[in-house]
Design a protein around this ligand. Sequence first.
Ligand code: ATP
Ligand code: MG
Length: 323
Amino acid sequence: MARILTGIQSTGRPHLGNILGAILPAVKMSNDDQNDSFLFIADMHSITQIKNSEELKSNTYAVASAWLAFGLDPTKTVFYRQSDIPECTELAWYLNCFFPYQRLKLSHSFKDKVNRLGDVNSGLFVYPMLMAADILLYDAERVPVGRDQLQHLEMTRDVASRINHKYKDVFIMPEPILQKESMLIPGTDGKKMSKSSNNVIDVFSDVKTLKKVINKNIITDTIPLEKPKNTDTSIVYALYKLLAKPEEAELMASRLKEGGYGWGHAKKELLSLIIERFKEPREKFNYYLDHQDEVDEILSNGAKKARIIASSTLSRVRKKIGL
Ligand code: ATP
Ligand code: MG
């Protein structure tokens, strides 16, 4: 049995790319009885970017509701809010004191953010040590990460081994599980779907909005209705294929290639498929949004379980370093 830990930022409502690329694979992994899984909403990381209390709160509920809607089972996964675990920031402080400033300066993601963001706060700079605390606090053994997070995991291992070297047997060394990048979901403009690119499909939005986004935002070529279409370059077809059964995708491909079947038809099919495929998660998502007290209870039960481990790790660390 391996302890697996995953964090999710609460920077917005999860979109189709987050669902297919992150939520569904993680839920599958956490429902596997071979894994002892921890999943948290990284709301303290989100403060580096979000400075609006209502927005921060509603994002947390939206993210929690999305995970629950897609089958996260809180009896099998320790599901909690990062900010409910004050041990995490305490550990982050200790880690900061053991990690060289010059090393932190090498963070690719910080350099990238300095170039992109207006608000370059110190929290962004020490972010890797808060992430290291998230992981080391729970003795996590395996951490699924995208390639962009690999350096942060190296920093986690680096700070853990510095402390282990000095005080012996303090931390478990976490291993990254590098996630496949083959499954990059395209956005409505054909580039990687992402919150910050304004090209998302929000499968939780109401049918009218969803229809508008599909019809207006998904870019198509101007080949006339009666002419054959190229499925290889079509964003509508790519999205349809990701969600449809193979025989349904083949049927659409052959219709497009024959001609007489336009992008409007394909978009209509895509809309129906999204509504059909996500019927249950859409209902559940709205249910949880309307029952925030239930979500609070789930998250605070998770926090209770998480804190038992967190406080035991922290007292081990305090003792070792002389506090
Ligand atoms: P941002 O624009 O703020 O970076 P994002 O939409 O890229 O937001 P993240 O919060 O960075 O979303 O990512 C959350 C998770 O979803 C990560 O595991 C990431 O790999 C995955 N993910 C994000 N976008 C896609 C996508 N288009 N296809 C597949 N997986 C994705
Ligand atoms: Mg991203």
